[in-house]
Design a protein around this ligand. Structure first.
Ligand SMILES: NC(=O)c1ccc[n+]([C@@H]2O[C@H](COP(=O)([O-])OP(=O)(O)OC[C@H]3O[C@@H](n4cnc5c(N)ncnc54)[C@H](OP(=O)(O)O)[C@@H]3O)[C@@H](O)[C@H]2O)c1
Length: 326
């Protein structure tokens, strides 16, 4: 994998980010090092975790960060990698109660540094927004962490375009660092998916598109492959009754994506990923591969770019409301 710049950060990242939410849960602990090793062997350097990952499972908390920290220590790879984690998520037991005070976010960050066994996080994400607090609260606090040498740069996950814009205007006026990236829920079919079963997730929408088009800020979308919906739909029998992406517009989009994949002689996941990065601003998808075969499949997609006509057909079928410009 080549490297691409995260604009305004000095960070040089692989064009795919490996999301490691499932380390030690749906990815058995014994398989985790091999998956991470394969990502590095393929040239990947950008990893995404969060303080909260695994906390919905019984047993050990913070398992994703702990296993990633074990691997970083065992392999000595820390300096080669761009490490991203997230804080400011509500506790699983009280999802409606935000944890966004300065003390709570600091506690999350310092916990992540300990669990990952690193001195600094390259890209620190606020996992959720809390619109009851002014944007200045977050910008001032994150800049304090930068000055303390605990994070290099930061971004917002599940933040609206209006709040990101407000935060970056505040940062500019106060002579501070602003948000360097946006991590929304975005994939082919996210616009017409059914609601997620937990609160606080924000989809990429036309206002976000416009914001990125104007500013050139990077998008680092999660659930970039619709949880494998398209591949599963194409390989029946698959029980997709619980799958939030299984809606009529997305079934129509699957047919269009399948047709493009066949015409081009590539895998379906290549079209699903190329839908994201064939854009006039930087998009670095987070892929949640559970197996090495899935990871290899995603990396093989990297050379595929859609034409404006292909993109238009996908936007139209999936009723995304997004422009189809390359
Ligand atoms: N900021 C946030 O609020 C937030 C929320 C969610 C996730 N995330 C981040 O985003 C990452 C990815 O999220 P996600 O797991 O929802 O993403 P995803 O890539 O859309 O879904 C992952 C699932 O898709 C299937 N899959 C993966 N690669 C495939 C391939 N090449 N071909 C076919 N199917 C494939 C697998 O399903 P099977 O397991 O069924 O095979 C896998 O478990 C997480 O690890 C986390 O870092 C962030």
């Amino acid at each position: 994998m080549n490297r691409t710049q995260l604009p305004g950060t000095g960070l040089s990242v692989s064009p795919l980010c490996l999301g490691v939410m499932s380390l030690g849960t749906t990815i058995p602990e014994g398989d985790c090092f091999a998956l991470l090793d394969r990502f590095v062997a393929l040239g990947g350097n950008f990893l995404d975790t969060a303080r909260i990952y695994s906390d919905w499972e019984p047993g050990e908390k913070r398992r994703s960060e702990r296993i990633l920290g074990d691997w970083l220590q065992a392999r000595g790879h820390r300096v080669r990698l761009v490490l991203a984690t997230k804080g400011a998520h509500a506790f699983i037991e009280s999802l409606q109660t935000p944890r966004t005070s300065a003390a709570e976010i600091r506690d999350d960050l310092e916990g992540s540094l300990r669990t990952l066994r690193t001195d600094i996080i390259d890209l620190y994400w606020l996992h959720r927004d809390d619109v009851t607090r002014p944007v200045g609260h977050f910008v001032d606090l994150l800049n304090t962490f930068v000055r303390e040498g605990k994070i290099r740069t930061f971004g917002g996950s599940n933040w609206s375009a209006a709040r990101l814009r407000g935060a970056n205007d505040y940062a500019k006026k106060s002579g501070q660092q602003g948000f360097s990236a946006n991590q929304p829920l975005w994939c082919l079919g996210s616009a017409q998916a059914r609601p997620f079963p937990y609160p606080g997730l924000l989809k990429f929408d036309p206002a976000a598109y416009q914001f990125h088009r104007e500013t050139g800020l990077a998008v680092v979308p999660y659930t970039a492959q619709a949880k494998g919906f398209y591949t599963k739909l194409a390989r029946p029998p698959a029980d997709l009754t619980e799958n939030i992406f299984h809606t009529p517009p997305n079934v129509a989009a699957a047919a269009v994506a399948g047709g493009i994949a066949q015409q081009r002689g590539v895998n379906l996941s290549a079209i699903v990923l190329a839908y994201l990065w064939s854009r006039p601003f930087p998009v670095i998808p987070i892929v949640g591969c559970r197996t090495i075969a899935q990871l290899d499949d995603c990396v093989a997609a990297l050379s595929v770019r859609l034409t404006a006509a292909e993109l238009a057909a996908l936007e139209s079928a999936s009723q995304s409301g997004l422009p189809a410009e390359i």
